[in-house]
Ligand binder design. Sequence first.
Ligand code: SF4
Length: 277
Amino acid sequence: MDNLQRQYLEAMGIQMWESRDGSAPTSPPEVVAEPAISEPVVRVAPVQAGKTEPLHLDTSSETQPKSAPGQAPELVPEQRLAQEDDVALLDWNALQSRVSTCALCDELVANRSQTVFGVGDPAADWMVIGEAPGTEEDQQGEPFVGPAGQLLNNMLLAMGLKREQTFLANILKCRLPDKRDPKQQEAANCRTFLERQIALVKPKIILLLGKVAAQNILSSDQTIGHMRGEVYYYGDEKIPIIVTYHPAYLLRAPKEKRKAWDDLKLAMSVYSRQAGA
Ligand code: SF4
């Protein structure tokens, strides 16, 4: 580990302790700064993107148990089905333009200052997907700003990645009112845009941040604790997916940062294999 990486790990909140005799810094006993990467369990995503609807999402905390089983899914309007075919043909600029004027979710349109399409390299190897824009993101028109964005930047830098080398996006392009969870219909409405973004970016790996992103993309109702630590695959291209905690959650639960670092190391390992394949 070089000094720069150590600095970013410390910026993530994963402390490195220096011994009194001045020898090389080590992690405190309760912090696993460099966990061994076990061979990941490979699991094909249970649902291919675009083939089914995501489940109801309950996002009051990263570790809250799953949503009620057997809940009847809302109906998908014909309007969305027509949009799917249409959006799948859009190029990057046309997609950005379409998102910027989207009015599919009445409540979100009334609540937003602007849509937040995403930011970064549209040909990035790494795509990072979170939940939805917060207040600051809504005002700035960019995902992952503010303290959570700064923590994400440090997480990326600890992996040797600059923010601008990735593409950052969210499940929803519009801010949610009152910090409530996305409704199933809202997530379904916006999923078409995200799927098109993934198809155009063609990332080599996808990092899902938080329960909402993970449950939505994987069509799962599992908790983050159950989903993290494994490798999933997206779509026919079988793009590897790694799940970890959302930086906003890590700010509230800093003890989970060491697990997040484990996840990032797994992601780096999978990416190395993918890039070398
Ligand atoms: S959340 Fe997505 S689908 Fe809904 S209005 Fe915003 S851009 Fe459109």
